[in-house]
Design a protein around this ligand. Structure first.
Ligand code: F6R
Length: 610
């Protein structure tokens, strides 16, 4: 996720802002920029792609004296990482600067309108449109102009805005993306997270949905978007800087698990129209190829390959095309038949996994149309693909994937619907059902996260000394079982297997006993009854049963020793919710065992070697 820092007060803004950006480097970024209004009232803006040191070098020796400014680290979502796409973005008059975290859903419409009204937009970003809209709305009061503009924006944002002619003032606003105000002695701060400002103040206000903050050195006033004052009580933060980087969580992984509702919201943003239709404009370069495709091959590794399994099932069910997944390392040396009618979908959060890139390249050489699904703008996979869908999940710091799994599943289901629409195989009733489920997904994830205490205090302690775990599922719940087992083994170093439940009796059932529990992903599905029969076979061998079930399924409560209930959703999206208690289970078992959750032994975040 991008980083925001803002300052207004008696001190030199430049060094405070650069230090704040350094504190935010851990969030990941691909470019950085700063805007300062100097003592003469001139606006100084500098932006650089790449590391913060590039920006530091560019402004060394020439940072103006300034008491107000904004700075940003960008993690690209619209437009590649470059100097011009970096923030701050500036309006036509060169007076208004904007920095922004999040995604503006209706940005194309806004940009088109602005261009038609004569504005010249220089970057490819959604953010630049905001600067020009504020320019149109400006009438001597930057907070008022910002509020008017916010009413035209759809999507998620944390924004910071500054006007050259009001040189002690900053405006911040939030919707769905965090933004915090820092209250100092005769100075005020704005930041995407407290880590950026903790060295200066511990008195903060976490802005709430729809808040607009008007910052001056002597204090801050907060209103809603209509300008009505709202009361927010400042709190005092006790966190260390290290804890602040993790948003107050003990680890990045726990933070990222809890970021899943926001990540899902961002992933879905821009892909459902106001009229409730699914839209995947990214597919335009492959429209023709999608219509004439006869097969779909997905290629991925690890967690991404489990998400791809759900994607393949979704594609097959809504398009009728045969679709299957092969892990990259196998595909590479034993590829399936490939030609221009084979649509290849590469799924990789980092976009740099060598085992996924090599087979994609091979498929490209054989003439296959390629779609990439990745979290990383500018990554290697994007250069191999004809069309790219970004997860929009924000950077993931913990080695074990969490928010990128749920956004991969969601994006692939949206992609499946997009393909089906192009081929005319998605009925409008089925589309509406999917849209309804997608819209409810972030709230469902929030509910599933309420299981944290239950899993920490109950399940993890009760089962931590088990000899191993057998995760099972059937149909769409099977990939969730595989991912649950992978999470557990990679961060807790406990052996865990993922199996299709029907296979238990063909061998692995011999492992089960009172010390080897069965973890059943038993959410609602067409094969639910079959799965329950398999679970009963395990019980008959004394295995204790931990289940993930759909709220309201009382029968499951009578069969399992422990159940984590998750809200009902569309069958294809059920792994997005059922994986959450399994992530928490893996996490808390690992904590009980004292392992390094964020950096498990022998693993790397991005596997760029074969
Ligand atoms: C597991 C995990 C790995 C990755 C795999 C592929 O938690 O993170 O299994 O999923 O190495 O990585 P990407 O998606 O970057 O290609």
């Amino acid at each position: 996720m991008c980083g925001i820092v803002g300052y207004t007060g008696p001190r030199e803004a430049g060094p405070i802002l650069m230090e704040g950006l350094r504190r935010l480097e851990y969030r990941g970024y691909d470019s950085a920029g700063i805007a300062l209004v100097d003592d003469q009232g001139d606006l100084f803006v500098e932006k650089r792609a790449g590391k913060l040191s590039n920006l530091a070098t560019a402004i060394a020796e020439r940072t103006p004296h300034a008491a107000v400014g904004l700075a940003h680290t960008r993690w690209a979502t619209h437009g590649r990482p470059s100097d011009v796409n970096a923030h701050p973005q500036v309006d036509c008059t060169g007076r208004i600067t904007v920095i922004h975290n999040g995604i503006i859903e209706n940005f194309q419409e806004l940009r088109d309108g602005l261009e038609a009204r004569g504005h010249r937009l220089l970057s490819e970003t959604d953010t630049e449109a905001i600067a020009h809209l504020i320019e149109e709305a400006y009438d001597g009061d930057i907070a008022e102009a910002a509020r008017k503009t916010l009413q035209q924006l759809e999507g998620a944002y944390a924004l910071a805005v500054m006007h050259r002619d009001e040189n002690d003032r900053l405006v911040g606003a939030r919707k769905d993306v965090p933004l915090v105000v820092g209250l100092g002695e005769g100075e005020s701060f704005l930041a995407s997270d407290v880590a950026a400002i903790l060295a200066h103040t511990r008195r903060v206000i976490f802005l709430e949905e729809g808040d607009v903050a008007d910052l001056r050195p002597e204090g801050v006033t907060i209103t809603d978007v209509q300008g009505r004052p709202v009361e927010r009580v400042p709190e005092t933060i006790e966190w260390t800087v290290e804890a602040a980087e993790k948003g107050g969580y003990d680890t990045f992984m726990l933070k990222e698990i809890h970021e899943q509702p926001l990540a899902l919201r961002q992933s879905i943003t821009g892909r459902i129209t106001r009229a409730g239709r699914i839209e995947v404009p990214e597919l335009e370069p492959v429209w023709g190829a999608v219509r004439t495709a006869t097969r779909v091959e997905l290629v991925a590794c690890g967690t991404a390959s489990y998400a791809a399994m759900i994607g393949a099932a979704a594609i097959q069910s809504v398009t009728g095309l045969p679709a299957r997944v092969t892990v990259g390392s196998e595909f590479r040396y034993d590829p399936p038949p490939l030609d221009e009618h084979t649509l290849v979908i590469a799924v990789t959060q980092s976009g740099e996994t060598a085992d996924t890139i090599a087979p994609t390249r091979l498929a490209r050489e054989r003439g296959c149309p390629i779609i990439a699904v990745t979290n990383t703008v500018g990554s290697a996979i994007t250069r191999e693909a004809d069309a790219v869908l970004f997860l929009q999940a924000g950077p993931e710091m913990a080695v074990a994937a969490s928010k990128t799994f749920v956004t991969q599943v969601t994006t692939l289901v949206i992609l499946a619907a997009g393909l089906a629409k192009l081929r005319g195989t998605l009925s409008s009733g089925d589309e509406s059902q999917l849209v309804e489920a997608l819209r409810a997904l972030p709230a469902g994830a929030e509910r599933a996260l309420e299981l944290n205490e239950h899993v920490a205090a109950g399940l993890a302690r009760r089962y931590v000394n088990s000899r191993g775990f057998m995760f099972v599922g059937r149909g769409p719940t099977y990939p969730a079982a595989l991912e649950g087992a992978l999470k557990l083994k990679e961060i807790s170093y406990v052996h865990a297997e993922g199996y299709p439940a029907g296979e238990l009796k063909h061998g692995p059932i011999s492992l089960l006993d009172a010390e080897y529990p069965l973890v059943a992903v038993a959410t609602r599905s067409p094969t639910y009854d079959k799965l329950i029969s398999n679970v009963m076979e395990g019980r008959a061998r004394d295995a204790r049963v931990i289940a993930v079930g759909t709220e309201g399924d009382d029968g499951l409560g009578r069969i399992a020793d422990d159940v984590c209930w998750v809200p009902d959703t569309h069958e294809l999206l059920s792994p997005v919710l059922s994986i959450i208690p399994l992530q928490l289970f893996a996490y808390h078992v690992a904590l009980e065992r004292g392992t390094d959750v964020d950096q498990p032994r022998n693993l790397a975040k991005s596997v760029t070697v074969e």
